[in-house]
Structures are given as C-alpha cells and as structure tokens.
Design a protein around this ligand. Structure first.
Ligand SMILES: *Cc1c(COP(=O)(O)O)cnc(C)c1O
Length: 232
C-alpha cells in the first residue's frame, strides 16, 4: 500500500491540521483533543492505529462498540456519541469514559444509577439542538439551564460541557459553533466545571476550533467515506 494512503498517515495529517487550526486561532496546542470517530470501522482496522498511541475513540452503535472495547481494551478512551435509548444506558454506563449525547433528564438518571461503583463518575456533555431542528436530538437552548442543574446533582455523573451537531451552513459554518460557545459561557457562572465544547467534524474542524472547540470529532477525514448502514 502507498504509505501516504494509510490510516496512520491520514491520522497524522488530521493531527497536524488540528495543530495548525489551534495555532491560527492563537490557542494552546493542547487545548483541543481529537476524537477519532471509529463507528463502522473494524477492530482489526483500528488495532494498528491504537498500538502506538492512546487514542480517544468515538462510537455511535453500541453492540459494535462493545466488541471493540473488548478487543482493543482500556488503553483507549471511549466516547459514546450516538443516540441513547433507555435500554442501552446500562452498557453505556459500564463501558464508556465519556458520553456526548445526553439530552434528557430520564437518561441522566439511568446513567447515574447504572454507573458501576468502582468506576470514576461518567463524564457527560449535554447535546444541544443548536439550530432548533424539530427532527434532531438535543436539548433546546431554553431548557439547557434546567437540565444542567439536574445533571449536576447526580454524584455518578460529571457534567463537563456541551456538544452539538449543527445543520450544515456553508455560508457561515462558524455561526452555530459560536452559539454553542455562548451557551457554555452562560452556564459557567453556575457550573464552573463545564469547560468542554465538543463541536466540529471533518467538514468544519477549523471553524469549530476558531470558535473554541475543546474536542473535535473526526471520522471521514481519517478513514474515508463510511459504508451506509444498510450495507454493513
Ligand atoms: C459520524 C459522526 C462524526 C464524524 O463525522 P465525519 O464527518 O465523518 O468526520 C462526528 N460526530 C458525530 C456525532 C457523528 O455521528
């Protein structure tokens, strides 16, 4: 295989694009971490990537994620970034380090109750429906403060910040990111432990970093286009 066409090479390219974006924004090189979105990628494909370095991996589909966690092990940090149904919370609470997609009180309660006692509190982000799209998951902006208060009261959850998946906006890709940053800012008076902004994907990483992202979630730029779910 051409050495410039490997996952490792593209991962390094994305890492250096992230470093460039941070530098262009006048930010500290360590102030934004890369979540490698590994949904639909096999454990065999991921194994060489995680051998040399401790990666943060983002997964959307629970059963394939559990297999990879079992195979690739605790050397990686595991981030759950998919939709959460109630019947999935026990496995999410028992196997992940971070959850990015918490958007309602009922799920917060279940994750809190089901987080195993011997594990550290589960780090959670509230997913915000930043463009107020009716079909999309995420807490509405006007309900954010209440949900943050509810989550902050749970001892087995650690409320770390906000996450969003904005509507594509080629004219002004920074706008939704700036709005999420403002939401975080508004919450920080009451919740000073909220410091994280999970925003930015393969198509808008640079804009997200400029707006203050502390975690970017990148799949396609590393692995290429994913198979559609139907062909899995
Ligand atoms: C799939 C996915 C990503 C990665 O998107 P790319 O465009 O492939 O980088 C990021 N965040 C979430 C929530 C996703 O589901």
């Amino acid at each position: 295989m051409n050495p410039t066409d490997t996952d490792q090479h593209r991962l390094e390219q994305v890492q250096s694009q992230l470093a460039d974006a941070l530098s262009a924004a006048g930010r500290d090189p360590d102030s934004c971490s890369l979540i490698v979105v590994s949904k639909t990628q096999s454990a065999a494909r991921l194994a060489p990537l995680v051998q040399g370095q401790a990666l943060a991996l983002g997964e959307n589909y629970l059963s394939e994620a559990l297999e990879k966690i079992e195979t690739l092990g605790p050397g990686c940090q595991w981030h759950y970034i998919g939709a959460i149904q109630s019947n999935k919370t026990a496995d999410i609470a028992a196997h992940f380090d971070w959850v990015h997609t918490l958007d309602r009180a009922k799920i917060a309660q279940r994750l809190n109750d089901q987080r195993p006692a011997q594990m550290a509190p589960l780090k959670v982000l509230i997913q915000v429906n930043i463009d107020d799209e009716p079909q999309k998951a995420g807490c509405r902006i006007d309900q954010l403060a209440d949900l943050a208060d509810t989550i902050a009261a749970y001892p087995r959850l650690q409320l770390k910040g906000l996450m969003s998946i904005p509507k594509p906006n080629p004219q002004d890709p920074a706008r939704a990111h700036q709005r999420l940053a403002q939401c975080l800012h508004d919450l920080q008076d009451r919740h000073f432990g909220m410091t994280e902004l999970s925003m930015g994907m393969s198509g808008d990483m640079r804009e997200a970093v400029a707006a203050g992202a502390t975690q970017v979630r990148i799949g396609t730029a590393i692995f290429g286009p994913r198979p559609t779910k139907e062909t899995l």
